[in-house]
Design a protein around this ligand. Structure first.
Ligand SMILES: NC(=O)c1ccc[n+]([C@@H]2O[C@H](COP(=O)([O-])OP(=O)(O)OC[C@H]3O[C@@H](n4cnc5c(N)ncnc54)[C@H](OP(=O)(O)O)[C@@H]3O)[C@@H](O)[C@H]2O)c1
Length: 344
């Protein structure tokens, strides 16, 4: 829990000419006004269009979840002391807005949506849904007989299995979760009914449940059937999964990245996928958006979604509730719950 800097209050006057403090809060105009009910008193809402074509003075900025729009709007914004992000990942904000702003993320607002995406991505891969969807689109029932060969090629399991292997089971598998914060814990809660073995990694080791320090990552990778990345992008996590780490993964193991693209070395991942060494499910890539013709688009054994894991209809109300809670605390001079940077 971090303490904010003092709020800069502008002086306005009510009908009787009595001075009252006003806090100008800028928000994306595309956000429905119904999300901004129950605001603290003395807040003036300032809708921010995209593109923003004039300069605006605001104290608090609810940044557009579309990062490119927010980065484009920033030079037009003046006086911002507090940035309320609707996202969990805020890595772009300090470099865009500088050290003088306080930044809060929407910690917790993406837990359910991102965890459900992760569980779906693991199951979809083990149940070979991308292949069966391809078969459905082609309308060729008999293509199912390609499944045993696909299974043998990616897992290296060449035993003559009967009946032929058409898909795989999650139950009993070993999942290595890299990052065990709010979303990681929600993923674990959802995976628990599958009676699998869970290995956990975070910055620092701890017990109950056992969490390993990230320094132990390399020794844990060979044990995992699925490696789930759900940690922030920071100086230490950039490139955390490179060619060495990918080579340590089991033949056919699944790498799930629901976190941020640059945590994985893209070239090394492309090499590993093209060599048929591992499988991957990515909601995030480096670069983003993934350009036309990028090799990842056509890699085998890859399930790709365009950074949508957190985006459900329930996300905006939850993220706004979190942001407005921070706004109330900020105005009351109380400790902020989700500050990732305190303005200097
Ligand atoms: N794809 C999407 O749409 C989507 C949606 C939401 C979030 N995300 C991403 O998911 C990330 C995690 O969100 P969260 O709410 O779970 O965050 P969180 O509650 O802050 O937890 C972060 C976890 O990552 C660990 N960690 C941080 N830096 C690390 C490093 N360098 N090496 C190893 N572990 C590290 C932390 O370790 P300690 O516990 O030891 O501190 C903690 O366990 C976000 O930062 C965001 O980038 C993506």
């Amino acid at each position: 829990m971090l303490w904010p800097f003092f709020v800069r209050l502008e002086i306005d006057r009510d009908a009787q000419g009595v001075a009252k403090p006003m806090l100008r809060v800028g928000y994306p105009a595309t956000l429905g006004a119904e999300f901004l009910r129950d605001l603290p008193q003395d807040v003036e809402l300032v809708p921010l269009a995209h593109p923003l074509e004039h300069d605006v003075n605001i104290d608090v900025w609810i940044a557009d979840p579309y990062v490119n729009r927010s980065i484009a709007a920033w030079p037009r914004l003046h006086g911002v002391r507090l940035v309320l992000s609707l996202m969990a990942g805020t890595e772009w904000i300090p470099s865009t807005c500088g050290p003088h702003v306080t930044i809060c993320n929407a910690h917790g607002a993406h837990n359910i949506s991102t965890a459900e995406w992760t569980v779906s991505a693991i199951l979809a891969t083990l149940k070979h849904f991308p292949f069966y969807f391809e078969m459905q689109r082609e309308g060729v029932w008999n293509r199912r007989f390609e499944s045993p060969a696909r299974y043998a090629a990616i897992t290296g399991d060449n035993r003559p299995l009967y009946p032929p292997v058409m898909l795989e089971e999650l139950t009993g598998k070993t999942v290595l979760m890299v990052g065990h914060g709010a979303i990681g814990q929600e993923i674990e809660r959802m995976l628990t009914p599958f009676h699998l073995e869970m290995l956990r990694v975070a910055r620092t080791a701890r017990a109950d449940p056992q969490v390993h320090a990230v320094s132990e990552l390399d020794s844990l990778l060979p044990q995992a059937d699925a490696v789930v990345l759900i940690l922030p992008l920071n100086a230490e996590s950039k490139g955390l999964i490179g060619s060495h780490q990918l080579a340590l993964m089991k033949q056919g193991a699944l790498l799930v990245n629901a976190a941020r693209g640059p945590i994985v070395d893209t070239d090394a991942l492309v090499d590993a996928l093209q060599a048929g060494r591992i499988r991957a499910a990515l909601d995030v890539t480096d670069p983003e958006p993934l350009p036309d013709g990028h090799p990842l688009w056509s890699c085998p054994n890859l399930l790709l979604t365009p950074h949508i894991a957190g985006s459900t209809p329930q996300f905006a109300p939850r993220a706004l509730e979190t942001a407005l809670g921070e706004l109330r605390r900020y105005m009351a001079g109380e400790p902020l719950h989700n500050a990732v940077q305190i303005g200097i």
